[in-house]
Ligand binder design. Structure first.
Ligand code: HEC
Ligand code: HEC
Length: 268
């Protein structure tokens, strides 16, 4: 390569790199020397909130005609983290119902938005730090069956309420999110501006730390059960088992009948 070509290539690469930096929609923010990442997270939380949430919830979380206020008695870390980690927020269309989906932000951004919402003065619980390992699985099973199974089913696959509300499957839901669901009682209809603490489709539970950890431990077990009896068939219970038994049985009977029929046919 001649010196001229080398210079040309270098200049072309320089321009391309410059263009890429210019075009990327998320430029690295300017950081004065000595500024900690906490300040950046604060800035990030504010920016994301202004961009994705403020048009429905108001710049200071005061609420608008599109979304409820975020500074009420139940609002704060736990509720916000729950709504973001379950992908229910940001809602795209105020007419649509919020529903669990895959989260729209990575964990660090969720934390940044949560911290920003916490500055609005809601007096609800903060993001919990449960430790399922400290719970008791037998106690958890009992608490789960008494308090959760009616809606989420005894195997946590979920279902539907008579009101038409969908009860989500708990598979893959993290212990923090389960603890948050118990703290806030989610599922407010988005048409209601007054749906307050504990008025969601799921009730709110005021349980002590040990009970919470035990429920979480049992849910972890349900998420990874040991199926010693054989295939779980979707864990929906006796109906599916009966259907499989019927299917296998009918096929076996048909084969048997055919076999008998063929043998009789042979003798004619
Ligand atoms: C299109 C409008 C819209 C956008 C955008 C939106 N939300 Fe919501 N949000 C709603 C509505 C409507 C509800 C009530 C539905 C519910 O609670 O299930 C709600 C509920 C919530 C709740 C539950 C609190 C309560 O009092 O019901 C939180 C927390 C929340 N949103 C946070 C956020 C955050 C954080 C963002 C931005 C990342 C966001 N939302 C973006 C409309 C919106
Ligand atoms: C009256 C029925 C009912 C009971 C009882 C109930 N839940 Fe729920 N649960 C729901 C409904 C409905 C939702 C969906 C709410 C929404 O739209 O965010 C839900 C959501 C959840 C979620 C969020 C899952 C996700 O992916 O979004 C978790 C976790 C959860 N429940 C755990 C529990 C636990 C643990 C208990 C028992 C301590 C329990 N629930 C008791 C009805 C119930």
């Amino acid at each position: 390569m001649t010196a001229r070509t080398a210079v040309f290539v270098a200049v072309a690469l320089g321009i391309a790199a410059g263009a890429c930096t210019y075009l990327s929609d998320e430029p690295t923010p300017f950081r004065p020397p000595g500024v900690t990442s906490d300040v950046n997270a604060e800035q990030r939380g504010l920016e994301l909130y202004e961009r994705d949430c403020a048009w429905c919830h108001g710049s200071a979380g005061e609420g608008t005609s599109f979304g409820p206020d975020l500074n009420g008695p139940l609002d704060g870390g736990a509720y916000t983290h729950f709504m973001l980690a379950t992908g229910q927020m940001p809602l795209e269309d105020p007419e649509k119902r919020a529903a669990p989906a895959s989260p729209r932000y990575e964990a660090a951004d969720i934390d940044a938005i949560v911290r920003h919402v916490e500055t609005f003065g809601g007096t609800g619980p903060g993001v919990p730090t449960p430790s399922p390992a400290a719970g008791d699985i037998a106690e958890g099973a009992e608490l789960y069956l008494d308090n959760c199974a009616a809606c989420h089913s005894s195997t946590a696959v979920g279902g539907a309420l008579t009101s038409g509300e969908v009860v989500p499957d708990l598979d893959g839901v993290s212990p923090v999110v389960v603890a948050e669901a118990m703290l806030v009682g989610p599922g407010c209809p988005n048409t209601s501006r007054t749906c307050g603490p504990g008025e969601g489709a799921m009730p709110r539970f005021e349980l002590d730390e040990r009970s919470v950890n035990s429920i979480l431990r049992y849910i972890e077990y349900l998420q990874r059960p040991i199926d010693e009896g054989g295939a779980p068939i979707g864990r929906v219970g006796p109906v599916a088992e009966g259907a499989v038994a019927l299917g296998v049985g009918v096929v076996a009977l048909l084969l048997l009948a055919r076999w008998i029929g063929t043998r009789t046919g042979d003798r004619e």
